[in-house]
Write a protein that binds this ligand. Structure first.
Ligand code: FAD
Length: 412
């Protein structure tokens, strides 16, 4: 696409993928107009620190922002903040904003991310029941951070456990309620779940698994207890709910684009409309490493798809196909996950998860490495990304033998 185009590029969603696309469009040599439209009132920022250092108050917003404010002006990108796109009219090549504007595009990128899954249980709207997705949510949660305050976390996934760790360090009494029989059950093996349950318990966090939350009760419209389906009461001053997210696909769906567990895109992020790409949490995309479609909720995915979309919108094919990776920081522990473990047939441990704070679990599917969870083990994580991409067949005995260097682990 040349810079002489009339309307240029519109990006809907001023988040991780959207901001990356601005950077990459200019890096690809695109010199036409770019408009980045976001419904939040602040410029694009990273979300991972919201449940880590930013929540802990260790860093300010300047360290969370993806780019300094002047970047957008320098990149000749018009930043329309506090602006919601209400509809896409594909025939006319325009987007309609919530405040009644009609803005034309030549190429459109949908990077609308995801939103928290709300739990529609009795008392869900009481004051003191919070979710965590935005900087605004952090401010509301931090307002409760007073030593001795009692917090109940609903959901023992990454975000719930990260919030628990930060709150505990701030002197809060923390109880985590998880419906499944173990924490992080959706994403890690029982070995890793048990390890994190131990770590949190040692830190003084109460972890209750197999508990189904039935509702919230309060006084003067303020939450004071979480009630379980089994009839237990968990007294609290505030609640943080972390029970997953829902991709923001409604705009795409209303515009008649193909949507199925995310906006369906090809490896170059193109949707079923050649003038519209989609990137980030909101997409369902093919992954060449695993030979199937995925919807991922990760920074890596948003960045890489943002780059790929910028290339696609300038007429270049740079297919995105990588080993997915993710991380979680809890206390002094960095959990790094390479690949996807679903369908694994064997889990092999390197290091001792029952003592100490450093180990890795290798997931094999019929002998082939598909995923690694590494706790404070950067070399294992780094090597795993290469080995998974190579579909390496590994000997479990060599994985478990810590005298064998990671670099040599695949040797026969
Ligand atoms: P987002 O960054 O969410 O951006 C989408 C933007 O679009 C949002 O600002 C949204 O408000 C806006 N928008 C939506 N609809 C419209 C509309 N109609 N009009 C205008 N604007 C719209 N990932 C990791 O890899 N590692 C981590 O440790 C990690 N920790 C996380 C911790 C927290 C607390 C959260 C919330 C997420 C975390 N993630 C982590 C996930 C990661 O942040 C997301 O995967 C990533 O932000 C996705 O980028 P995105 O651009 O797709 O969406």
């Amino acid at each position: 696409m040349a810079g002489s185009d009339r309307n240029g590029v519109i990006i809907i969603g001023a988040g991780q993928a959207g901001a990356q696309a601005v950077v990459s469009l200019r890096a690809e040599g695109y010199d036409g107009p770019i408009r980045l439209i976001g419904d939040e009132s602040v410029p694009p920022y990273q979300r991972p620190p919201l449940s880590k250092k930013f929540l802990a108050g260790e860093i300010g917003f300047d360290r969370v922002e993806l780019k300094p404010a002047e970047f957008y002006a320098q990149a000749h990108c018009e930043l329309l903040l506090g602006t919601r796109v209400a509809a896409i009219e594909r025939e006319k090549h325009v987007v309609l904003t919530g405040d009644g504007r009609e803005i034309g595009y030549d190429k459109l990128l949908i990077a609308t991310g995801s939103r928290v899954r709300e739990i529609n249980l009795p008392g869900f709207d009481l004051d003191g029941v919070h979710y965590l997705r935005t900087v605004g949510d952090v401010a509301e949660i931090q307002a409760h951070f007073k030593p001795g305050a009692r917090m109940v976390v609903v959901g023992g996934g990454y975000i719930g456990l990260e919030v628990a760790a930060v709150a505990k360090k701030n002197g809060i009494e923390v109880t985590v309620l998880e419906t499944a029989e173990r924490v992080m059950a959706r994403v890690v093996d029982p070995i890793v779940s048990r390890f994190y349950e131990r770590i949190h318990k040692e830190a003084g966090v109460v972890i209750r698994t197999g508990v189904t939350v039935a509702g919230f009760e309060g006084e003067n419209n303020k939450v004071t207890r979480v009630v379980s389906g089994e009839g237990e009461n968990f007294l609290c001053d505030f609640v943080v709910v972390g029970v997953g997210i829902i991709p923001n696909t409604e705009l795409a769906q209303s515009a008649g684009l193909e949507v199925e567990n995310g906006i369906v895109v090809d490896a170059c992020t193109r949707t079923s409309d050649p003038d519209i790409c989609a990137a980030g949490d909101c997409t369902n995309h093919p992954n060449g490493v695993y030979g199937r479609r995925l919807r991922l909720e990760s920074v890596q995915n948003a960045i890489e798809q943002g780059k790929t979309a910028a290339a696609a919108m300038t007429g270049k094919d740079k297919p995105y196909s990588q080993v997915p990776w993710f991380w979680s920081d809890q206390y002094d522990l960095k959990l790094q996950i390479a690949g996807l473990s679903s369908g694994y047939t064997q889990a092999v441990t390197r290091g001792d998860p029952e003592a100490g704070r450093s180990f890795a679990v290798f997931y094999l599917k019929d002998g082939v490495l598909v995923s690694v969870d590494a706790v404070n083990r950067a070399p294992e994580f780094m090597m795993a990304r290469t080995l998974i991409a190579q579909h390496a067949r590994l000997d479990p005995a060599r994985i478990a033998d810590e005298t064998i260097n990671m670099k040599d682990i695949a040797k026969a």
